[in-house]
Design a protein around this ligand. Sequence first.
Ligand SMILES: C[S@@+](CC[C@H](N)C(=O)[O-])C[C@H]1O[C@@H](n2cnc3c(N)ncnc32)[C@H](O)[C@@H]1O
Length: 232
Amino acid sequence: MDFPFVYSKLINFINITLIQDIYLKMKLKSLISTLKSNFSTTDKWTKSWEENQDYMGFMQESYDDTDPNRLALGLIKPKTQILSAGCGPGREVKFLVNLECDVLGIDHSEKMIELSQKNEPKAKYIVGSIVNFKSNDKFDYILCLYNTMNYLHNFKARRKFIENSYNNLKQGGKLIIITKHKFSHLGAFLRSIISNKNFCYSPKQIDRWFKDLGFKVKKTKIGDEILIIAEK
Ligand SMILES: C[S@@+](CC[C@H](N)C(=O)[O-])C[C@H]1O[C@@H](n2cnc3c(N)ncnc32)[C@H](O)[C@@H]1O
């Protein structure tokens, strides 16, 4: 057998397995870091809430009323039935109970539900996932504000949430979402490319969440965010 031929085959083989090995290790590393950050997002949120003493103040009269989340809350009719999806420590829950709405807050963090119960005991609460939540009682509004959509880390989860929301709404009911706009500034655009979690969305990506579900969707850009109103 020709020795140089065998030798070059061997070197090729070693190179290929080495490259495969490096590639697999890199993939594994990125998977582990994605999983780690997915698990810690709610912890980060809990920490920031605990540190931000003015958090509830955000909903008070004197605060900036051009904030898109506040504008979204301005659309809610009093005395309606509402699901606060990702209610956190109860910022919008309190506001809505003051409008005499019947509010159900859902959050997958027990700690958040405890805080929300403390901030607004008149609402009802569930510890659970907004992605899988199915309800026999139907709602006039489902609210997913303050970029809670960003916590649903892949298209499948976002789509499932939208599908279940459709079934959880009354006819004519509205799903209202505030999320980051991909083209609002260079930083948001770069983040949407670099982050594997897609923190910022383009109007086209948003259309895919709602495709073929029967919602009438309106999207309005407000500063860095998009206000999405999807009517059943
Ligand atoms: C940015 S915070 C918004 C909280 C609240 N809407 C507010 O503004 O005060 C997002 C919340 O969604 C919750 N969350 C994230 N993913 C969730 C999921 N899949 N199911 C239920 N809650 C979730 C987090 O625990 C967190 O409290």
